[in-house]
Design a protein around this ligand. Structure first.
Ligand code: SF4
Length: 659
């Protein structure tokens, strides 16, 4: 078969997609995007492209990337999209076009089994973990060692913590398992591939490593395409920052016990010379992290870390922890002749001490230090206040072609917000292509005016009643997306009392399990927070109502948000206007995006925060959203819903693969 040489020839009229895929309709928006990507891959530069839901954005960058013949990294926001590209989109493209596509997928090290750690766990008796034997048997025949392939062991099973790789525990070429190592194999595959699919976490872990002169994980490449690019600032903030947690120390001690036992330095009962040192590290860490003045719980709010805190008793606890870690590192170095894993333990302990010291003493005015607690762990960290310089230097000036694609990049009708956030102050190509969906017919945007302000004491009960009448209208099939865990719990409690339909709550089961129950039930009501606002795809009738409790402003007291706002004020810019409102508007657009996934879908998005209609800035939120039918009263929503349910026959949906 003759092979088409342009994206338009492949995706456009009469091309292999139209000929080979039943129900396929070429979309002019998709072709425009593909042509823009082609230009950047050929001539270099940076392209910002917003492509609304249903444009077929993934193929609009994959096709030009493959045709370019260049080595391209494709980075996604979620592992789900990463898997979809590797397992579905690229094979479909190869099948329909006859193009030979050399592609590889790379995930973070913690996704792959480490043969050395597995062997150590097995030798140590596995602490009675029932999943260890299952993993051991699977590894004998596993090709990639990717934990996602072993569905019988849950994603959150503790065994994964003991047997997967990490930058802290990987030894590299000095490891006796190096040749057969899954990580080694994954890297070799990526070296040989033309298209390497990664996620933002791995991409920025690699970028931060390169920036610090510590080597690299990803292969050398010609260009990078970011999908879900609206999320890269947050991920880059994590990887250009520092974080030390109590959990990290618990896991260091646990690993140290196994490594030392495996090297014959502790007996099977854990007795030996290092026993006391490990107990000391554990105890000192527990005292130090336990003394930090941060509230434990679900909220996981960060508080600023003031260096003066360490002038008092906590400073002494910190010194005691540092001394205990130093003793462990010195011991491990002293006995390192017994094997590389023990030397790696010394390096890991030193690096933890170093990070702790830098968070407490050395972040200067480029970073802001903070402290955060969940129910299980306490962490200290430092985050960069301004990423623009870092991203220009290490990403945009270094890569020859960069595509930043997302369904949500513009606010107030342009790209200025995202450009400012990412430091794109030089000429870039911009393209916004709208969704082919008929939002006016498919979706209602309900903005009730008569609810109290969300900060009012009466708000919660009134919001719960409003949710109840909306859910009764659509007979379930609803997401209630909340901006805090507390609100989610309270509203879910009210829902449990009110509804005859299944009520699902984030945290009751892993995310994938909840979503699968939601899809199957067809009439369920799911209460969730931030992690369900994006990257969740429920096409079809199972989801017909999305309720958003409040405008998703970032917490203004969060140390990173506060430091960024302060910096803007110092520069004479109003942070509310140029940072907080556009960031929240983009987040709302993401939440809205859960509703309409195909041309067949229809439903209601309700925003129960009256500020969207009563405050001047509310207009900016509404204008950032897709053009749904606007309803200001419940009667209008009812009318919309009745008309939608009365069976206006929507156009045929495009094939699943091309949403
Ligand atoms: S090379 Fe690293 S990841 Fe691979 S088995 Fe050895 S220690 Fe584990």
């Amino acid at each position: 078969m003759s092979r088409p040489q342009t994206s338009t020839a492949i995706l456009g009229p009469g091309g292999p997609f139209e000929r080979g895929l039943e129900g396929y309709e070429h979309r002019p928006e998709q072709l425009r995007m593909a042509e823009a990507v082609e230009r950047v891959l050929e001539h270099e530069g940076v392209l910002l492209v917003e492509a609304g839901t249903g444009t077929g954005k993934t193929l609009a960058y994959l096709v030009p990337a493959v045709l370019s013949g260049r080595k391209v990294i494709v980075s996604t926001g979620t592992r789900a999209l990463q898997d979809q590209i590797v397992e579905r989109d690229l094979p479909l493209l190869a099948e329909l076009t006859g193009l030979g596509i050399r592609a590889a997928s790379m995930k973070g090290l913690s996704n792959y089994v480490c043969r050395r750690r597995l062997a150590e766990s097995v030798a140590a008796g596995g602490y009675g973990d029932p999943h260890l034997e299952v993993v051991r048997r699977w590894v004998e025949t596993a090709e990639r060692g990717d934990r996602a392939e072993l569905a019988v062991v849950p994603e959150n099973a503790p065994v994964w913590m003991d047997v997967t790789s990490s930058s802290e525990t990987r030894i590299g070429q000095r490891c006796e398992h190096y040749e057969a190592c899954f990580v080694t194999r994954m890297r070799e595959d990526a070296e040989a591939a033309q298209i390497v699919v990664v996620n933002h976490h791995l991409f920025f872990a690699d970028l931060a490593l390169r920036a610090s002169g510590g080597g690299s994980v990803l292969p050398e490449h010609d260009a990078v395409v970011f999908d879900e690019a609206h999320g890269i600032e947050e991920v880059a903030t994590t990887f250009f920052g520092l974080r030390v947690s109590s959990t990290q120390i618990v896991s260091l001690v646990r690993d140290a016990r196994r490594t030392l036992a495996s090297a014959g330095l502790l007996d099977r009962a854990g007795r030996g010379e290092a026993d006391g040192m490990l107990a000391e590290v554990e105890q000192r860490a527990s005292i130090f992290f336990g003394a930090l003045p941060v509230e434990r719980g679900d909220a996981e709010l960060r508080i600023p870390l003031d260096a003066s805190l360490f002038d008092g008793p906590i400073g002494r606890d910190l010194i005691a922890l540092d001394t205990a870690l130093d003793a462990l590192a010195s011991y491990a170095r002293g006995v390192a002749a017994v094997g590389e894993p023990v030397l790696a333990l010394a390096r890991r302990t030193d690096s933890l001490r170093d990070d702790l010291d830098r968070v407490v003493h050395g972040v200067g005015n480029t970073h802001v230090a903070w402290c955060q607690a969940s129910r299980r762990s306490v962490a200290l960290g430092a985050s960069p206040i301004d990423l623009s310089e870092l991203l220009r230097e290490h990403l945009f000036y270094r890569e020859r072609g960069v595509v930043l694609a997302s369904a949500t990049l513009t606010t107030d009708g342009d790209f200025s917000f995202i450009r400012r956030r990412l430091g794109l102050d030089f000429p870039c190509e911009e393209l916004a292509v709208s969704s082919p969906f008929d939002f006016g017919r498919q979706a209602a945007l309900y903005l009730p005016r008569d609810l109290p302000d969300p900060r009012d004491a009466l708000y919660r009960d009134r919001a719960a009643r409003e949710i109840e009448r909306l859910v009764r209208l659509t007979r379930g099939g609803a997401f209630v997306l909340c901006t805090s865990v507390k609100a989610m719990r309270q509203l879910a409690e009210a829902g449990r009392m009110a509804f005859e339909w299944p009520v699902l709550v984030q945290g009751d089961a892993p995310k994938a399990a909840l979503l699968s129950r939601f899809r199957r039930a067809h009439d369920a009501v799911l209460y969730a927070t931030a992690s369900f606002w994006e990257g969740v795809d429920v096409p079809g009738d199972a989801l017909r109502l999305v309720v958003i409790d409040r405008l998703p402003f970032e917490v203004p007291t969060d140390p990173v948000v506060a430091a960024r706002s302060r910096r803007m004020r110092d520069d004479g810019v109003d942070p509310f206007d140029v940072y907080q409102v556009p960031a929240a508007a983009l987040a709302l657009k993401q939440g809205f995006g859960r509703l309409v996934r195909t041309r067949r879908d229809h439903g209601i998005v309700a925003v129960l925060d009256r500020r969207i209609v009563t405050r001047g800035y509310g207009r900016r939120f509404v204008e950032t959203l897709p053009p749904a039918s606007r309803c200001l009263s419940f009667a209008e929503v009812e009318a919309f819903w009745r008309e939608a349910a009365d069976g206006r026959q929507p156009a045929a949906a495009p094939p699943e693969d091309l949403r």
